[in-house]
Design a protein around this ligand. Structure first.
Ligand code: BDR
Ligand code: CA
Length: 311
């Protein structure tokens, strides 16, 4: 398979088990310019701590900056029912080597995009930091190469229509989808096809003498909550990894071009990504490359390869 050049990215995350694996894959397959954290799966102190631990484990020297400690408008809500109280339950994790490099994630995003050509932002949590950066620095919209995000989809999880990342900060998400920046979207209809089955967890476990068992512990916890909470799941959906793989392994996906908006006011649809699936000739111009399907076995092989590359 012809390799694509390594994309330069800033990963904006709320680890979170699947964010952790997105970080590991990004450390191996991208030019990781930096990591920023946001409140989401857990409070900001914990998502920042978790991101630092994962960067340590994969030997990455990428800078880490913490950002928003809650959504733009509504109060924070955490996903401990999926990720546990720490945001990354399931393994005894080492203490982080040091704290975040700063609390100024928004400035870091702005400065990084201005300093480099062709930066991709890869948000795998609520879009609060990205929205704040786009609002504070309107020139970013024409400088960013694209935003490859995990959020939304043709089905919800937090509500029947809304996915957690978008549901938690719909105002931020609306800014991002309306920004004019090309968006690549990993929605739930895609990420639910990418599950950490028991067999795949064993592959991770055997891929690295020390890290393998630790990461397998994380995945078993994460998969446990998924399998218990859903009909028909064999493991946790590795949502956030898809947003990195879309840039590093684009051949694993089929895509379509869609217009997507975010509903802010519906009784049943606040936080829903409204995807224009009509076949009409006269429909809004697409703002989103929609990831539709994934080669899940090959995607998991990329995860295993990234774990194997850790020190
Ligand atoms: C998203 O919410 C979080 O629980 C995951 O990390 C993922 O980003 C899925 O709805
Ligand atoms: Ca996440």
């Amino acid at each position: 398979m012809a390799m694509t050049p390594m994309p330069s990215i800033v990963l904006d995350c709320d680890p979170g088990h699947d964010d952790a694996f997105a970080l590991i894959v990004a450390a191996k397959f991208t030019n990781l310019l930096g990591v920023t954290t946001v409140a989401g799966n857990a409070p900001l102190e914990l998502t920042t701590r978790n991101a630092r631990i994962i960067l340590d484990l994969c030997g990455s020297s990428a800078p880490l900056h913490s950002g928003a400690n809650g959504p733009l408008v509504q109060p924070p809500v955490f996903a401990d029912y999926v990720h546990g109280k720490s945001g990354m339950d399931g393994a005894v994790l080492p203490e982080p080597s040091r704290p975040a490099d700063s609390t100024q994630a928004i400035d870091f995003i702005i400065d990084t995009v201005r300093a480099h050509d062709d930066v991709w932002l890869v948000p795998t949590g609520p879009l609060t930091n990205i929205s704040l950066a786009l609002t504070r620095a309107p020139d970013l919209a024409r400088r960013i190469k694209g935003i490859s995000l995990m959020g939304g989809g043709r089905v919800g999880n937090r509500t029947p229509t809304a996915e957690f990342n978008i549901w938690l900060d719909p105002e931020a998400a609306a800014t991002v989808f309306m920004s004019g920046v090309p968006i690549t979207m990993a929605g739930l209809h895609l990420t639910h096809e990418f599950q950490a089955s028991p067999e795949r967890i064993v592959m991770v476990e055997h891929s690295h003498a020390t890290l393998g068992p630790l990461l397998a512990g994380l995945l078993r916890f994460f998969s446990g909550t998924y399998v218990n909470r859903h009909f028909g799941f064999v493991g946790a959906a590795m949502h956030d990894v898809c947003s990195v793989l879309a840039l590093t392994h684009p051949w694993l996906f089929t895509t379509s071009q869609k217009w997507v908006g975010v509903d802010l006011h519906g009784n049943h649809t606040r936080g829903m990504t409204v995807i224009d699936d009509r076949q009409l000739v006269d429909r809004p111009i697409a703002n989103t490359t929609m990831l539709e399907t994934i080669d899940a076995d090959a995607g998991f092989a990329a995860i295993v390869e990234a774990v194997r590359a850790c020190p």
